[in-house]
Design a protein around this ligand. Structure first.
Ligand code: PAF
Length: 284
C-alpha cells in the first residue's frame, strides 16, 4: 500500500492509474478503523480496480463542545489493517494540507433543509463540515465510486443529495451496518462507552427494531411510536436525543403512504453519542 500525506503526490499516482484505465474507488474515513470500515474497502474493491482510503479527523464537522480532541487517532494500527485487506492507497493529510487558508476562510458546501433535522438539529454545522470535506476529497481523488457506511444514514442521504445537486461524477454506494452480536452498530465512538453501560447500549437498536416491527404490523402512528421508543431508551438508563420515522430518500417525517421508510435514532451514554437506523420497505 502506498501512503500519501500530500495532495499533489497522491494526484500524480492516481493520474497514472487513470491513464491505465483503472476504475478508482474512495473510502473516506476518520480512522480508528474497525471491521465496518474494512468491509467498505472490500466493497469498493469488488467494483473498482484500485481503492484509496482516506483518514482525516475533520475538525470542520465537530462542534465546539464535541469530541474532536479525544477522537481516537490510531494511524499506525489503521495502516496495518488496510495493508491486511490489500488497500492500494492511504491518503492521510494533516489539517494544513486540507485547510491551507484556515477553516474560517474555507469555501463551504451546504446542503439545505435535510441537514437541519435529526443529527443536524443537535449538531449545528456538522453536515456542512462533512459535505465540505467530502467535496474536497472528491476533487482530490476524483473517484469513480465512493463508499460510505449506512450507519450514518443521514450523512449518506446528504452526500447523495450533494452529488445530485452539484452534478458530481461519482457513484455513491452504501455499505451495510456491521453489528456486534447484541446488535450494537460498530463505531469508533463505541470505545467511549463505559463497561457498566455496555450491556444496555443495544437498547437503541432494539427500540428502532421495535418501531419497525410495529409499522410492519400495520401501525402508522409514527410520532407515538417514536415517543414510545424514546421512553424505552430512557427506561434503560440512557438519554435519547431523537427517534424519528422518516422517508428514506428525503428524510422528511414519514407520510402514511410512503413505501420506503427508515427509523433513525440517537442517544447519549456518559461519554458518547450513538446513532443507528433500520430501514423497511412496505408492500414489497
Ligand atoms: O463518516 C465519517 O467518518 C466522516 O463523516 C467522513 C465521511 C469521513 C467525513 O469526514
Amino acid at each position: 500500500m502506498q501512503v500519501f500525506h500530500q495532495i499533489q503526490s497522491l494526484r500524480r499516482a492516481l493520474e497514472d492509474e487513470r491513464r491505465k484505465g483503472k476504475r478508482i474507488g474512495l473510502v473516506p474515513t476518520m480512522g480508528n478503523l474497525h471491521d465496518a470500515h474494512l468491509a467498505l474497502v472490500k466493497q469498493a474493491q469488488a467494483t473498482c480496480d484500485c481503492v484509496v482510503t482516506s483518514i482525516f479527523v475533520n475538525p470542520l464537522q465537530f462542534g465546539l463542545n464535541e469530541d474532536w480532541d479525544k477522537y481516537p487517532r490510531t494511524l499506525e494500527a489503521d495502516t496495518v489493517k488496510l495493508e491486511g485487506v490489500d488497500c492500494d492507497y492511504l491518503f492521510c493529510p494533516d489539517e494544513t494540507e486540507i485547510y491551507p487558508n484556515g477553516m474560517a476562510e474555507q469555501t463551504r458546501v451546504v446542503v439545505p433543509s435535510m441537514t437541519d433535522v435529526l443529527c443536524g438539529a443537535s449538531r449545528p454545522g456538522h453536515f456542512e463540515g462533512v459535505t465540505t470535506v467530502v467535496s474536497k476529497l472528491f476533487n482530490i481523488v476524483q473517484p469513480d465510486e465512493a463508499v460510505f457506511g449506512a450507519k450514518d444514514f443521514q450523512q449518506l442521504a446528504v452526500i447523495r443529495r450533494m452529488v445530485e445537486d452539484l452534478c458530481m461524477p461519482v457513484v455513491i454506494r452504501a455499505g451495510e451496518v456491521v453489528r456486534e452480536a447484541d446488535g450494537l452498530a460498530l463505531s469508533s465512538r463505541n470505545s467511549f462507552i463505559g463497561d457498566d453501560e455496555r450491556p444496555g447500549v443495544s437498547q437503541l437498536y432494539r427500540s428502532l427494531c421495535w418501531v419497525r416491527d410495529q409499522i410492519l404490523d400495520g401501525r402508522r402512528d409514527f410520532v407515538t411510536l417514536a415517543d414510545a421508543a424514546k421512553e424505552q431508551i430512557r427506561a434503560a438508563g440512557f438519554k435519547p436525543d431523537y427517534v424519528s420515522v422518516c422517508n428514506s430518500h428525503t428524510l422528511d417525517l414519514a407520510a402514511h403512504d410512503d413505501a420506503e421508510l427508515t427509523v433513525l435514532g440517537a442517544m447519549y451514554t456518559r461519554g458518547a453519542r450513538l446513532i443507528d437506523n433500520v430501514s423497511l420497505v412496505l408492500g414489497a
